[in-house]
Design a protein around this ligand. Structure first.
Ligand code: MG
Length: 353
């Protein structure tokens, strides 16, 4: 089979391309050379991903003439802190990284968010390339320029919008992923079908798409590209990408961010909010059931032990929802979504079905 490179162009304020191809990991050096006048590159990765791919990435960069450094942090969401960022800054300074040098983020969502944030802020901003290695990062978090870290008070409370200069997606990287991480990414994949693309949703229903994952990646990043190109800073349409996330985030929080992945929580959140939408008369009847069946098909949960009251309370205490109202993302039907602002005080009643 001839494997063609797929390129998705993102026309944000600072435009860039997403390259999807098996083996594209090995072309990070060429891509960096083509897009940047950097002399030095720092690769940021974690202890899970570095043993698998760091050497290949370093070699590719060195072959293109770069002086290469690496910073490897302990894998996991608990590393996504300002403390880790301080250590990254210290290394960047020690390596003598200048404003024209670049960072490569090699890893999953945590790595991309954090390396992106380091790039957004070191020397008031340097360029970076995303090399996402998890399904969640490949279909979702590596595109769109959201970067940041967690605070003790909540997830992603400090960050910056900073677009990469390129995203290199190697579907072969997924072959080393434990099953749980494929399921995690499928939560976001199903989300894209729900909010924007009923034909895609139907194809997820009709077949097992894991065998043609490049198509799935291309469709998801193209939808995200369309949305973030029109609304880079989440003033409106970009909020639709949060479908299932308000309640999902509350559920993650109630679990103390362990024992349930982001994608699992989003799956439950999508089913819950679709049910609520049906009850309130906004959403075509039967929609929640279709989403639930699809989530189950890809090994995702559709219910949680937390009560409606607990979930609503967790959303209310979220630092991001300060101000008394919340923007819920609802579906009219599969493939069509909209936002609705409601009072936080009404959330419990709204979601109770
Ligand atoms: Mg998400």
């Amino acid at each position: 089979m001839i494997d063609l490179m797929r390129i998705v162009h993102v026309s944000t304020g600072k435009p860039y391309d997403i390259f999807i191809e098996k083996g594209v990991l090995d072309s990070v050096g060429e891509t960096a050379k083509r897009l940047s006048a950097a002399k030095k590159v720092t690769v940021i990765s974690d202890t899970n991903v570095a043993p698998l791919y760091l050497e290949r990435i370093e070699k590719s960069l060195e072959n293109s003439g770069f002086e290469v450094f690496s910073h490897v942090f302990k894998a996991g969401e608990s590393s996504k802190t300002l403390d880790t960022i301080s250590k990254i800054y210290a290394d960047l300074a020690e390596f003598g990284m200048t404003r024209k040098d670049i960072i490569v983020a090699l890893g999953g969502g945590v790595c991309g968010d954090m390396a992106g944030f380091a790039a957004a802020t070191y020397l008031r901003g340097i360029d970076f390339i995303q090399v996402p290695t998890s399904l969640l990062a490949q279909v979702d978090s590596s595109v769109g320029g959201k970067t940041g870290v967690d605070l003790p008070a909540g997830k992603n409370l400090v960050g910056a919008f900073h677009q990469p200069i390129a995203v290199l997606i190697d579907p072969d990287a997924l072959t080393t992923l434990p099953d749980e991480f494929i399921r995690d990414g499928m939560g976001e994949v199903i989300k894209y079908g729900c909010i924007k693309d009923s034909a895609f949703f139907e194809s997820l229903e009709a077949e097992n798409v894991l065998g043609k994952i490049e198509d799935v990646i291309e469709i998801c990043v193209s939808i995200k590209r369309d949305v973030v190109s029109r609304d880079e800073r989440e003033a409106g349409e970009r909020m639709l990408l949060n479908f299932g996330h308000t309640l999902g985030h509350s559920i993650e929080k109630l679990h103390g961010f362990s024992g349930i992945t982001h994608g699992m929580a989003v799956a439950v959140g999508m089913v819950m909010i679709a049910k609520a939408g049906e009850k309130q008369g906004y959403t075509e009847p039967g929609t929640a059931e279709r989403i639930a069946l699809l989530c189950k098909k890809y090994g995702l949960p559709t219910t949680d032990d937390s009560s409606f009251a607990e979930i609503a309370e967790a959303a209310r205490s979220d630092k991001k929802t300060a101000g008394g109202t919340i923007n819920l993302v609802l579906l009219t039907k599969i493939g069509e979504s909209f936002t609705k602002k409601i009072e936080l005080d009404r959330l419990k009643e709204f979601i109770t079905v």
